[in-house]
Design a protein around this ligand. Structure first.
Ligand SMILES: [Fe+2]
Ligand SMILES: [Fe+2]
Length: 365
């Protein structure tokens, strides 16, 4: 079926309109493989969670050492002046932040079979690092712009993603809608703005891509990174980039590659996946502020938001956006819990929230 519309032209607006394919709601091939997508995504999140915990422990250790140094020097001062301390500051003071409850919930989480999970994650990244090239990226962007895959409301899209992944994996403990609602509710409970809550709800909606024209899991989920310049050693399983043809390209293998110093991440092509897909969709069809769009676009860009890589590509604006993405990350990572929200009960609230930021009820996917 063909429609005389595309993402940029509207019938009757006087502009040139292209013929674009509307991919029908088709019989999602690879439905059985959706189970794998779900597991891989879970495992990747698990790994990121562990890395983040490790980082926190290291920070903790550093803070404790610093605190001990201060206490030691205060003790010495007190001894020498022969006066007594009124009160000793608690070593846990620094922990005081708005995410305490969420983090506590995640700490009680039972981790699953690491080795099996990590094998799966390794295999996933081996393929992802090999296949995410500049050439593939450009092709994926062209595909995105030249097709409308579906037309539906955001709520229908959430249900569709949920149903498909559920159908393929009846044993999944946490479904997509559970994760979306847990993220959004955690943000809402911390009293964050409404646009922030909506980001929580829709940040993973781009996984619908898997059921349209992705080539596997490697171009839907996983940590993201820039293509067209040197792959940072801070990217997980960096060694697998040896199989990526871009690693041998004389231009792409240089520090800046096709970019210029501090050109701004807006001008950088990030590896293609659910983040990039949903970002472009949201940029065109929502009134979300730049901070919210950045949270969607960069939420899997762990080498940047958690490891400090690619600072040399950032412009001034990105410094602020980095803080926003870092503010979102704990909600994505730590909000997973056994709490199952009643979808029907929350539906009216979120329908209103969606309407607030999506001017058109029917969204083009
Ligand atoms: Fe995600
Ligand atoms: Fe997520």
């Amino acid at each position: 079926m063909e429609h005389q519309t595309d993402r940029t032209g509207r019938p009757g607006d006087g502009r040139k309109v292209r013929k674009v394919e509307v991919v029908n709601d088709k019989k999602y091939q690879n439905l059985d493989k959706a189970k794998l997508l779900d597991k891989i995504d879970d495992d990747i999140q698990e790994l990121n969670l562990l890395k983040s915990k490790l980082r926190r422990l290291e920070e903790n250790k550093f803070q404790m050492q610093e605190r001990i140094k201060i206490l030691d020097s205060e003790e010495k001062k007190a001894e020498s002046s022969n006066t007594s301390d009124n009160e000793t500051p608690s070593p846990a003071d620094w922990k005081d932040n708005t995410h305490t409850q969420i983090i506590k919930a995640s700490e009680s989480r039972q981790y699953r079979q690491y080795e099996l999970a990590f094998d799966r994650v390794k295999l996933f990244y081996k393929e992802q690092h090999q296949k995410q090239t500049v050439a593939y990226n450009i092709q994926a962007r062209i595909n995105f712009k030249s097709k409308i895959r579906d037309r539906m409301t955001v709520w229908e899209a959430l249900m569709k993603l949920n149903k498909l992944l559920d159908e393929s994996d009846p044993d999944t403990e946490l479904s997509q809608i559970d994760h979306s609602l847990q993220t959004a509710e955690a943000i809402r409970k911390d009293g964050k703005p409404r646009w922030f809550q909506l980001v929580g709800l829709i940040h993973d909606l781009g996984k619908l891509l898997y059921f349209y024209d992705s080539q596997g899991q490697w171009d839907v989920v996983g940590d993201t990174f820039p293509v067209g310049c040197k792959f940072s050693k801070k990217i997980i399983y960096h060694e697998y980039f040896r199989d990526n043809p871009d690693s041998k390209n004389p231009l792409y293998r240089t520090k800046y590659g096709i970019y210029t110093p501090h050109c701004g991440l807006d001008n950088v092509m990030l590896s293609w996946g659910h983040d990039e897909y949903m970002y472009h969709l949201a940029k065109e069809q929502t009134t979300l502020p730049p901070e919210g769009l950045a949270m969607i676009r960069y939420h899997s860009f762990y080498p940047w938001h958690s490891e400090g890589a690619y600072k040399y590509l950032m412009d001034e604006k990105d410094k602020e956006l980095l803080e926003c993405v870092q503010a979102f990350n704990p909600y994505d990572l730590y909000s997973k819990s056994d709490i199952r929200y009643d979808i029907e009960e929350l539906k009216p609230y979120y329908l209103e929230l969606i309407d607030e930021f999506f001017p058109n009820k029917i969204v083009e996917f």
